[in-house]
Design a protein around this ligand. Sequence first.
Ligand code: ATP
Ligand code: MG
Length: 198
Amino acid sequence: MSSRPRLGVMGGTFDPIHHGHLVAASEVQSQFDLDEVIFVPTGQPWQKGDRSVSPAEDRYLMTVIATASNPRFSVSRVDIDRPGLTYTVDTLRDLRDLHGADAEFFFITGADALTQILTWREVDELFEMAHFVGCTRPGHALDVSKVPPDVVTIVEIPALSISSTECRERVVKDQPIWYLVPDGIVQYINKRHMYRSA
Ligand code: ATP
Ligand code: MG
Protein backbone atom coordinates (compact mmCIF):
# COMPACT_ATOMS: atom_id res chain seq x y z
CA MET A 1 0.00 0.00 0.00
CA SER A 2 1.39 3.39 -0.85
CA SER A 3 -0.27 6.63 0.10
CA ARG A 4 0.77 10.12 -0.86
CA PRO A 5 3.37 11.56 1.51
CA ARG A 6 1.88 14.41 3.57
CA LEU A 7 4.51 17.08 4.03
CA GLY A 8 4.29 20.21 6.14
CA VAL A 9 6.38 23.17 5.04
CA MET A 10 7.27 25.83 7.59
CA GLY A 11 9.04 28.78 5.99
CA GLY A 12 10.56 31.48 8.13
CA THR A 13 13.47 33.78 8.75
CA PHE A 14 14.15 31.87 11.98
CA ASP A 15 16.30 34.70 13.33
CA PRO A 16 16.23 32.99 15.82
CA ILE A 17 13.90 29.97 15.74
CA HIS A 18 11.82 29.87 18.95
CA HIS A 19 9.31 27.68 20.76
CA GLY A 20 6.38 29.41 19.01
CA HIS A 21 7.61 28.00 15.67
CA LEU A 22 8.21 24.57 17.17
CA VAL A 23 4.86 24.32 18.95
CA ALA A 24 3.02 25.45 15.80
CA ALA A 25 4.82 22.86 13.65
CA SER A 26 4.21 20.12 16.20
CA GLU A 27 0.54 20.96 16.55
CA VAL A 28 -0.07 21.02 12.78
CA GLN A 29 1.93 17.80 12.33
CA SER A 30 -0.35 16.11 14.80
CA GLN A 31 -3.68 17.60 13.68
CA PHE A 32 -3.01 16.95 9.96
CA ASP A 33 -1.24 13.63 10.49
CA LEU A 34 1.80 14.82 8.56
CA ASP A 35 4.65 12.44 7.79
CA GLU A 36 7.17 15.23 8.10
CA VAL A 37 7.42 18.97 8.69
CA ILE A 38 10.16 20.60 6.65
CA PHE A 39 11.52 23.84 8.08
CA VAL A 40 12.77 26.14 5.32
CA PRO A 41 14.89 29.11 6.42
CA THR A 42 14.54 31.98 3.93
CA GLY A 43 17.27 33.30 1.73
CA GLN A 44 17.44 37.08 1.62
CA PRO A 45 14.06 38.00 3.12
CA TRP A 46 12.50 40.81 1.14
CA GLN A 47 9.85 41.61 3.76
CA LYS A 48 12.48 42.56 6.31
CA GLY A 49 14.33 45.25 4.39
CA ASP A 50 14.47 47.60 7.36
CA ARG A 51 16.81 45.50 9.44
CA SER A 52 19.78 43.33 8.68
CA VAL A 53 19.03 39.66 8.92
CA SER A 54 21.61 37.28 10.38
CA PRO A 55 23.71 35.19 7.96
CA ALA A 56 21.78 32.34 6.37
CA GLU A 57 24.23 29.72 7.71
CA ASP A 58 23.61 30.83 11.32
CA ARG A 59 19.83 30.75 10.80
CA TYR A 60 20.11 27.35 9.09
CA LEU A 61 22.27 25.87 11.87
CA MET A 62 19.96 27.18 14.59
CA THR A 63 17.02 25.58 12.78
CA VAL A 64 18.88 22.26 12.57
CA ILE A 65 19.82 22.41 16.27
CA ALA A 66 16.25 23.23 17.34
CA THR A 67 14.60 20.50 15.26
CA ALA A 68 17.21 17.72 15.60
CA SER A 69 15.46 15.79 18.36
CA ASN A 70 12.09 15.46 16.59
CA PRO A 71 12.04 12.51 14.15
CA ARG A 72 9.23 14.19 12.15
CA PHE A 73 11.08 17.51 11.71
CA SER A 74 13.65 18.21 9.02
CA VAL A 75 15.34 21.29 7.56
CA SER A 76 15.73 22.17 3.90
CA ARG A 77 18.36 24.41 2.31
CA VAL A 78 16.34 25.10 -0.86
CA ASP A 79 15.73 28.78 -0.07
CA ILE A 80 19.14 29.62 1.29
CA ASP A 81 20.90 27.87 -1.62
CA ARG A 82 18.75 29.56 -4.30
CA PRO A 83 20.26 32.91 -5.30
CA GLY A 84 18.10 35.99 -5.02
CA LEU A 85 14.97 36.71 -3.07
CA THR A 86 12.79 33.98 -1.60
CA TYR A 87 9.33 33.48 -3.11
CA THR A 88 7.10 30.81 -1.62
CA VAL A 89 6.11 29.59 -5.07
CA ASP A 90 9.79 28.72 -5.76
CA THR A 91 10.08 27.01 -2.37
CA LEU A 92 7.13 24.76 -3.15
CA ARG A 93 8.36 24.02 -6.70
CA ASP A 94 11.80 23.01 -5.42
CA LEU A 95 10.33 20.82 -2.68
CA ARG A 96 7.99 19.16 -5.18
CA ASP A 97 10.98 18.39 -7.42
CA LEU A 98 12.84 16.90 -4.45
CA HIS A 99 10.00 14.94 -2.85
CA GLY A 100 8.08 13.77 -5.91
CA ALA A 101 5.03 15.14 -7.66
CA ASP A 102 2.63 12.99 -5.64
CA ALA A 103 3.54 14.57 -2.30
CA GLU A 104 0.78 16.58 -0.67
CA PHE A 105 2.01 19.89 0.78
CA PHE A 106 0.68 21.79 3.77
CA PHE A 107 2.19 25.24 4.02
CA ILE A 108 2.24 26.32 7.66
CA THR A 109 2.22 30.02 8.43
CA GLY A 110 1.39 32.34 11.28
CA ALA A 111 -1.69 34.51 10.98
CA ASP A 112 0.41 37.61 10.25
CA ALA A 113 2.25 35.95 7.38
CA LEU A 114 -0.98 34.48 6.01
CA THR A 115 -2.56 37.92 5.80
CA GLN A 116 0.38 39.00 3.62
CA ILE A 117 0.23 35.89 1.44
CA LEU A 118 -3.35 36.67 0.52
CA THR A 119 -2.09 39.87 -1.11
CA TRP A 120 0.59 38.20 -3.23
CA ARG A 121 0.55 38.07 -7.02
CA GLU A 122 0.85 34.29 -7.53
CA VAL A 123 -1.67 33.45 -4.85
CA ASP A 124 -3.88 31.30 -7.12
CA GLU A 125 -0.92 29.20 -8.23
CA LEU A 126 0.22 28.90 -4.61
CA PHE A 127 -3.16 27.59 -3.52
CA GLU A 128 -2.98 24.93 -6.23
CA MET A 129 0.41 23.75 -4.98
CA ALA A 130 -0.37 23.43 -1.29
CA HIS A 131 -3.02 23.51 1.34
CA PHE A 132 -2.43 26.48 3.66
CA VAL A 133 -2.60 26.20 7.43
CA GLY A 134 -2.85 29.51 9.25
CA CYS A 135 -1.80 29.40 12.90
CA THR A 136 -3.36 32.02 15.12
CA ARG A 137 -1.25 33.39 17.92
CA PRO A 138 -1.88 35.96 20.61
CA GLY A 139 -1.76 39.56 19.42
CA HIS A 140 -2.21 38.71 15.75
CA ALA A 141 -5.91 38.82 14.99
CA LEU A 142 -6.74 37.27 11.64
CA ASP A 143 -9.54 38.59 9.47
CA VAL A 144 -10.98 35.22 8.49
CA SER A 145 -13.47 36.80 6.08
CA LYS A 146 -10.69 37.20 3.49
CA VAL A 147 -9.52 33.60 3.82
CA PRO A 148 -10.79 31.14 1.17
CA PRO A 149 -11.99 28.22 3.34
CA ASP A 150 -11.37 25.51 0.70
CA VAL A 151 -7.61 26.08 0.64
CA VAL A 152 -6.85 27.56 4.04
CA THR A 153 -7.47 26.02 7.44
CA ILE A 154 -7.09 28.07 10.58
CA VAL A 155 -5.57 26.24 13.53
CA GLU A 156 -5.42 27.53 17.06
CA ILE A 157 -2.01 27.02 18.58
CA PRO A 158 -1.69 26.72 22.35
CA ALA A 159 -0.91 30.31 23.26
CA LEU A 160 2.74 31.11 22.87
CA SER A 161 3.27 34.81 22.49
CA ILE A 162 6.89 34.55 21.40
CA SER A 163 8.46 36.33 18.43
CA SER A 164 12.00 36.40 17.10
CA THR A 165 11.89 40.19 17.38
CA GLU A 166 11.26 39.92 21.12
CA CYS A 167 14.06 37.37 21.51
CA ARG A 168 16.54 39.64 19.70
CA GLU A 169 15.47 42.64 21.77
CA ARG A 170 15.92 40.67 24.97
CA VAL A 171 19.49 39.73 23.98
CA VAL A 172 20.29 43.40 23.32
CA LYS A 173 18.94 44.30 26.76
CA ASP A 174 20.81 41.41 28.40
CA GLN A 175 17.56 39.76 29.45
CA PRO A 176 17.30 35.95 29.46
CA ILE A 177 15.85 34.05 26.51
CA TRP A 178 16.00 30.68 28.30
CA TYR A 179 12.74 28.75 27.74
CA LEU A 180 11.63 31.07 24.91
CA VAL A 181 14.01 29.21 22.59
CA PRO A 182 15.55 25.73 22.94
CA ASP A 183 18.62 25.49 25.20
CA GLY A 184 20.91 24.83 22.23
CA ILE A 185 19.77 28.10 20.63
CA VAL A 186 20.60 30.12 23.76
CA GLN A 187 24.05 28.54 23.67
CA TYR A 188 24.53 29.07 19.92
CA ILE A 189 23.54 32.77 20.20
CA ASN A 190 26.04 33.25 23.03
CA LYS A 191 28.80 31.35 21.27
CA ARG A 192 28.41 33.40 18.07
CA HIS A 193 27.77 36.70 19.91
CA MET A 194 24.57 37.24 17.96
CA TYR A 195 22.06 40.09 18.47
CA ARG A 196 24.35 41.92 20.87
CA SER A 197 23.57 45.36 19.47
CA ALA A 198 20.29 46.70 18.11
P1 ATP B 1 10.09 38.28 13.51
O1 ATP B 1 9.68 38.79 14.86
O2 ATP B 1 11.52 38.56 13.16
O3 ATP B 1 9.13 38.66 12.41
P2 ATP B 1 8.83 35.71 13.89
O4 ATP B 1 8.82 35.32 15.31
O5 ATP B 1 7.56 36.27 13.32
O6 ATP B 1 10.05 36.69 13.61
P3 ATP B 1 9.41 34.32 11.46
O7 ATP B 1 10.68 33.63 11.14
O8 ATP B 1 9.14 35.64 10.83
O9 ATP B 1 9.32 34.49 13.07
O10 ATP B 1 8.16 33.37 11.28
C1 ATP B 1 8.12 32.21 10.52
C2 ATP B 1 6.68 31.70 10.52
O11 ATP B 1 6.28 31.32 11.85
C3 ATP B 1 5.67 32.76 10.08
O12 ATP B 1 4.66 32.11 9.33
C4 ATP B 1 5.14 33.29 11.39
O13 ATP B 1 3.85 33.84 11.23
C5 ATP B 1 5.12 32.02 12.24
N1 ATP B 1 5.24 32.29 13.68
C6 ATP B 1 6.11 33.09 14.29
N2 ATP B 1 5.96 33.09 15.64
C7 ATP B 1 4.93 32.25 15.90
C8 ATP B 1 4.26 31.82 17.14
N3 ATP B 1 4.62 32.27 18.33
N4 ATP B 1 3.25 30.93 17.00
C9 ATP B 1 2.86 30.48 15.78
N5 ATP B 1 3.45 30.85 14.59
C10 ATP B 1 4.46 31.72 14.65
MG1 MG C 1 7.40 37.46 11.65
